[in-house]
Design a protein around this ligand. Sequence first.
Ligand code: COI
Length: 360
Amino acid sequence: MWEDLEVTVEKSPEAARKAKPAPDTLGFGKYFTDHMFMMVWNKELGWHDIKIKPYQQFTLDPAAMVFHYGQAIFEGMKAYREEDGQMFLFRPKDNFERMNRSAARLCMPRFPVDKMAQWLKAFVYLERDWVPTAPGSSLYIRPTMIGVTPALGVKPAAEYYFYIIASPVGAYYAEGFNPTRIYVSDEQARAAKGGVGNVKVSGNYAASLYTEEVAKKAGYTQVLWLDACEHRFCEEVGTSNIFFVVGDELITPPLDGTILPGITRDSVIKLAESWGVQVKQRQISIDEVFAASKNGQLQEAFATGTAAVISPVGELAFKDDVYPINNGKVGELAQRLYNELQAIQHGRAADPFKWVVRVG
Ligand code: COI
């Protein structure tokens, strides 16, 4: 059935196209391109009305279920462009497969990954002039699915919108690639086992806002979340996965149901292992991190994510104590991973894992 699905393309008139922002003003997620992708699902028709069309608002009934019961999932991915016009996507099918897992968890409909990857290429090609080329910049792509049926009974919606919007971006953090200062929270938690911490549902991000505001008011960039049960084990940092270099090991928390299986996390593990680095996916308690900081074994910490790429951590703060990492400087491994990932994503380096998909 899915084989027959086709997308129609309605181009925005040239005169209606927006001015492109200057490369040094991009920030993150402030500007949106001229087009969007959108399709609709219901039981009778499945996915239908599949369109790439001018970027536009849509109206929803105030009773739309997404507003009340939070059936909303999303993904984050990027397109990269070289000065010569070549463009690349990074592991797009992995994002779409993860989105289907998020959909299953929230009783939302699945979609065809191969078709979606083709439609995404067509969308990015149409928006090619929006893909920035300045170092560290890219076109951030945001696939989103929401339940839109107007009804107040608590049950899965009967109709869904799936849409993709895109935004030219620079660094996610104001610090850019400079090390961030991170606040460790043992009061609120991000996710508990059996919950939805391992899928990309919008509510996870709403639940993180309170503690992030506390951290920001105290002068920190992000929160390091600990496990919900004992408030001991490191889980994620802000919207990203977390890695620590302790002694000669690269350690990251395991995928045990409460953290997001990041595509960048997986890429970092595979790259580091291919360089002979010992990577351990294991629980690491905050006490172990602080002890390693005190005895000089903690050499680096960094966060990984599509938006954040590789984001070195220069300091951890917990209650009244501050633990500097690598004297607040970018670590050697973080720098090497950042350089190599960027080179692969831009099609400038060999791609032994076949992660990169050429557009156009
Ligand atoms: C991403 O890294 O793509 C994310 O989804 C983080 C986002 C919430 C900014």
